[in-house]
Design a protein around this ligand. Structure first.
Ligand code: SF4
Length: 142
């Protein structure tokens, strides 16, 4: 993402982050900051306590987009990869509730992590094909 002209790469803090908050909260941009709804704190969140982002190392955004009338949730790692326990929970939740899931992990090149993330799809085969064709065409996923 880009915050007030500064690129912010996955797994790296925003330059305005103090570690406990934002040093320019009043002037934070609308997108992504004001529009962002962390899935752990939204009212009625189905995430269990242990899925708090600082513990589970994943940030979940519910209802990020839709596919064939179904809500699609997005999960991004706090770091390079979503830990298996959290990812398994999210996949099971997606299956039980008919909510296709998009989740990302940091790409490796020549054995080293790059700054890029790749999104993967979990859900019906047609959803996975849809995401694969958007990705191949370089089109946004939402
Ligand atoms: S609210 Fe926005 S500008 Fe402030 S620290 Fe978070 S991402 Fe950065």
């Amino acid at each position: 993402m880009t915050i007030q002209g500064h690129p912010v790469h996955p797994g790296r803090p925003c330059p305005h982050s103090t570690g406990k908050g934002c040093d320019d909260y009043a002037n934070r941009p609308t997108d992504p900051c004001i529009n962002f709804n962390c899935g752990w704190v939204v009212e009625g969140s189905p995430l269990p306590d242990w899925m708090k982002p600082e513990n589970a190392r994943v940030i979940v955004i519910f209802n990020k987009t839709t596919w064939q009338g179904l809500p699609v949730d997005v999960a991004v790692p706090v770091g390079r990869r979503i830990p298996p326990r959290a990812l398994n929970w999210l996949k099971a939740f997606a299956e039980q509730h008919g909510r296709p899931l998009l989740f990302s992990e940091q790409l490796k090149e020549n054995g080293r992590f790059t700054r890029e993330q790749m999104f993967m799809a979990h859900g019906p085969a047609a959803f996975q094909q849809h995401v694969a064709s958007l990705t191949a065409a370089g089109e946004p996923l939402w």
